[in-house]
Design a protein. Structure first.
Length: 282
């Protein structure tokens, strides 16, 4: 993507050579000769009239600059500032703005205008106790070590798959970078129906596509009250049975289906616990 990398340098400042009109997209200044080259994937922040002695301040982005050149291409009115006319000799400085520091908000009010967000920007969601980082296409969430709840969806090829009356399926997960740890607990109720040729559960976060392979990501244990305990593994079988947004359950090298105890014998009070770790898609 063009101009997504925010560059920072030390000790860059100067004054404008000539008037900078409101619609101008070129800045000329002897001080720019010391600024590094800015390529097509980069930009640098300048503050025109930082002291507000004229019509500013105004934040502009340098989106193109050749090393040692006294001119640069700029984008005006960034980060909530307005494009105004600046007279000859107006001071400018390459310095941090508020956007260079951790942005603290209260649930989904991330920076979204005036050139923001930029790749690598940090946002703290104080409502959900999450740290978020913009990766160039979206905000990636990093909970403060706490596990986040979600509601898994039962799926498969059978009809009317459900937990039944009084049953429940709950999930929690923790995402650190692209590593996702999860746990799901399914409690049987009256008329619980898990009958399926391939029983599946949705993941909390879409997984990296494993390709045409069966990728194990965890294990499951079923506590059949008063009868026995069964266990098996969970997989992402992208090409054949599921997709990288869900997992299938295996029992003795076969997919959990009508012939397995987990579906045929799951009743009120029985418990199924699924847990594992996998790599998220982003």
């Amino acid at each position: 993507m063009p101009n997504e990398i925010r560059r920072r340098y030390n000790f860059q400042s100067g004054t404008t050579s000539g008037t900078v009109l409101v619609g101008a997209t070129t800045l000329t200044s002897a001080g720019l000769t010391g600024l590094a080259a800015i390529g097509s994937s980069e930009y640098a922040v300048l503050i025109l009239d930082p002291g507000g002695t004229g019509s500013g301040p105004e934040v502009v982005y340098v989106t193109a600059h050749t090393a040692s050149s006294n001119s640069a291409t700029i984008v005006r009115a960034r980060e909530g500032s307005s494009a105004v006319q600046h007279g000859n000799g107006t001071q400018w400085i390459h310095a941090p703005t508020a956007a260079d520091y951790m942005v603290i908000g209260d649930d989904n009010d991330q920076p979204s205008t005036g050139g923001l967000p930029y790749e690598g920007q940090f946002y703290v969601d104080t409502t959900n106790d999450e740290l978020e980082i913009y990766n160039g296409t979206g905000w990636v969430t990093f909970p403060y070590g706490a596990w986040v709840t979600y509601t898994p969806t039962l799926g498969g090829t059978g009809a009317n798959i459900s937990t039944g009356t009084g049953g429940s399926v709950t999930g929690t997960y923790q995402k650190i970078g692209r590593t996702v740890n999860f746990q799901i607990v399914l409690i049987g109720g009256t008329n619980t129906n898990l009958s399926s040729d391939t029983l599946t559960l949705t993941l909390p976060v879409t997984a990296r596509d494993p390709g045409n392979v069966r990728a194990p990501i965890g294990n499951w244990v079923m506590f059949d009250t008063g009868v026995a305990t069964y266990d098996g593994v969970t997989i992402i079988d992208y090409e054949t049975h599921t997709g990288n947004d869900r997992m299938a359950l295996l029992y003795q090298n076969n997919f959990v289906s009508d012939a397995n105890p987990i579906t045929g014998g799951f009743a009120s009070g029985d418990e199924l616990v699924v847990q594992g770790t996998y790599e998220a898609a982003s």
